[in-house]
Design a protein around this ligand. Structure first.
Ligand code: NAP
Length: 264
């Protein structure tokens, strides 16, 4: 029996490419999913693929201060209340930093980092009522290895990784788990045509969202603290931690390609 059998999972970004695949994989693992997003039509279409009550769509804008409160109000009515929170929402932001507006930078940090932090904060009392509970942040390779053209996005994912690491250490003597799980490039609408073209030119491997979701759900069920999907991304993330100068030099060679696609 899966560790997720009979549990209620709150999932942000449920209407996205990885989120929709996570909905399917979580239901297959026996969970009920509170599917959070802004796109009502997409959430309803995902719910319609499953037996009634397995996917409960909740429309909420996480960048709106009322979003987290709406999620808590819905979650507290459920039986059982959620014991797993999966943060799989994010805004992307490919481009040269100096060409991004201060408003866009603020919105990026607010959605990717501040909203995640706020949601964890408001849900902790509910999660703590369970003998076993988890908070899972879907990170990125760029949360361990900052990439040119993704400086602000990388900052938001480095922040998320720091948050999860700090929280895991702050709760080391409690049954509440904090997991930071990172996909590498995945075939979803998250990647703009410029990013797709750059990935092709750089021969960056792209995963299928269903495969990514299967790996994420296995990691959630096992309680794994950290995971980086994909080879050589696993290795590069480690090298960046130990010998960042090596990665600096290797990415300097790729910089003209990044600049060309960012300006295209
Ligand atoms: N795709 C990749 O190559 C890749 C690689 C590494 C990591 N990741 C990470 O994987 C996660 C999922 O990415 P994805 O590829 O599934 O992206 P996606 O298809 O673009 O989906 C993004 C999701 O985030 C939600 N979202 C964005 N802003 C929101 C807001 N203000 N309030 C509520 N929901 C909001 C969207 O909801 P609505 O559409 O309903 O507004 C959508 O469900 C993200 O954390 C991303 O950083 C992705």
């Amino acid at each position: 029996m899966s560790a997720l059998e009979g549990r209620t999972v709150l999932l942000t970004g449920a209407s996205g490419g990885i989120g929709a695949a996570l909905c399917d994989a979580l239901v297959a693992a026996g969970a009920q999913v509170v599917a959070i997003g802004r796109n009502r039509v997409r959430l309803q279409a995902i719910a319609a693929r499953h037996a009634p009550g397995r996917i409960l769509p909740v429309i909420a804008d996480l960048a709106d201060p009322e979003g987290p409160a709406r999620i808590v109000a819905t979650a507290s009515q459920l039986q059982p209340t959620p014991s797993v929170l999966v943060l799989a929402h994010a805004q992307g932001a490919f481009g040269l930093f100096e060409q991004q507006s201060p408003q866009a930078l603020q919105s990026l940090l607010n959605t990717n980092l501040v909203a995640s932090m706020t949601l964890i904060h408001v849900l902790l009392p509910m999660l703590r009522t369970h003998p076993q509970a988890s908070v899972v942040a879907i990170g990125s390779t760029f949360g361990s290895l900052a990439f040119p053209g993704f400086a602000a996005y990388s900052a938001s994912k480095f922040g998320l990784r720091g948050l999860m690491e700090g929280l895991a250490r702050e709760h080391a003597d409690m049954p509440l788990r904090f997991q930071y799980l990172s996909p590498r490039a995945t075939r979803t609408a998250f990647n703009t045509p410029q990013v797709e073209a750059m990935n092709r030119e750089m021969k960056v491997a792209q995963d299928d969202p269903a495969d990514v979701a299967a790996q994420l759900v296995a990691a959630i069920a096992s309680g794994r603290r950290r995971m980086q999907i994909g080879w050589p991304e696993k290795l590069f993330a480690r090298i960046n931690g130990a010998l960042p100068g090596l990665v600096d030099r290797s990415l300097a060679v790729q910089l003209p390609i990044v600049r060309r696609h960012a300006r295209s």
